[in-house]
Design a protein around this ligand. Sequence first.
Ligand code: PLP
Length: 479
Amino acid sequence: MTSPPAPLLDPSSDDFRQAGHRLIDWIADHFERIDETPVMARVEPGDVARQFRPAASEEGRSYDSLIREFETAILPGVTHWNHPGFFAYFSVTGSKAGILGELLSAALNINGMIWKSCPAATELETVVLAWLRKALGLPDDLFGIINDTASINTFLALAAARESLALDIRGQGTTGRTLPLLKIYCSEQAHSSVEKSALALGLGSRGVTLIPAGETFEMSTEALAEAIATDRAEGHLPCAIVATIGTTATSSIDPLEEIADIARKEGIWLHVDAAYAGSAMICPELRSLWKGVEHADSIVVNPHKWLFTPIDCSVLLTRKPEILAKTFSLVPDYLKTTDSAAVNYMDYGLQLGRRFRALKLWMVMEYYGLERMRSVIRAHVEWGGRLAALLGARPDVELLAPQVLSVVVFRKIVRDRLGKIDDEASEMASIELVERANASGAVFLSTTRLRGVFAIRVAIGNGMTEWRHVERILDFVEE
Ligand code: PLP
């Protein structure tokens, strides 16, 4: 008896092969003409969604028609993070090598929850993180794991910090009993992911003390020591200190060595958020910026920010993997294994399923090599300095923070008749500058507020950026 034909999803490779070749060509062409593409999407809310039918196709469609729709309906709504004129937030790079790594990862579609579920995914992750650790000049005894984002990695680290207190939170939980108020300390310039972690961990906003940052936006260690002493006197329990190396607004650097001293003396978990600036530490001459990092209990670095790796790829390093495992390891029967020598990454976080992110990081690190990546990062830092110097020399510009690494923060200024800066008029002029620059399609700048003052922020970090792209910012200031 012959069986009826199986309803295969993809009966032949032909369409895939053809469309795949065409898409690789499309991507290569896209990069070649990226300069003519506006950085920011020029759409209004609803413009993209309106172009799609109310229900998915019943019959399926050809790749040809999908590529056409991608170009006409989707692409106009894309803000091009992978554009050399992208200077907003933290500029990133989905490098060509990274794209190929992603492609292979999608093709294999593994789930690296335990070693056995894909030995290569687990072992490559261990290998590339050992390379990364070495490339960053970090101690050998750090355990590493790749997750999606710095926010999640900071959450995991702070969960471990909470578990390291002798409160048996894992066993007893936080409700139905009396616990002291647990406290996390970070600078007022720290990323919001710290407070979000506190919310998720049941510490509440009350559990986070924002330590004042000084003139140059670096955490005040006197204020930190004082806050800890006051909390202890009031019966609260310090849980963790988060130091930021490269804050979001200005890339300021918290004084890590002094903070590490306090953490050590007080016996408090020290987490270092180097989500952006960490990648720059592949350049040995920049490592003085995070002197003291060797004392950290946990560190987060995002290769998807400044190490040319496509989003998402965030690395958590810790000296205390056993506490991370104590916090999160929970092995159901169907995942029990006898491979005692193997790492099962599911034991070190919340998620079970894990993408093969190590593949793209491996491809990026090995294809470009550390020396090429260093030279690109060095150029970004140098251009940051050059841009700050040129802006700082202008009478109609005020630099609002010291230039650190590749971040420059400034505003356009307007003075009153007495020569004093008029904040309101300066804000209007700065908004006008940003809107004009962004509407041009040549660049994308983002904005923030520093102690209430409206600020324009430039972050250089895309691997295709050249000085001529950065120079365009000066043209807009000049106009
Ligand atoms: N930490 C810092 C210093 C950041 O600037 C950011 C985001 O820009 C984050 C953490 C959060 O990063 P992610 O998007 O990977 O969660």
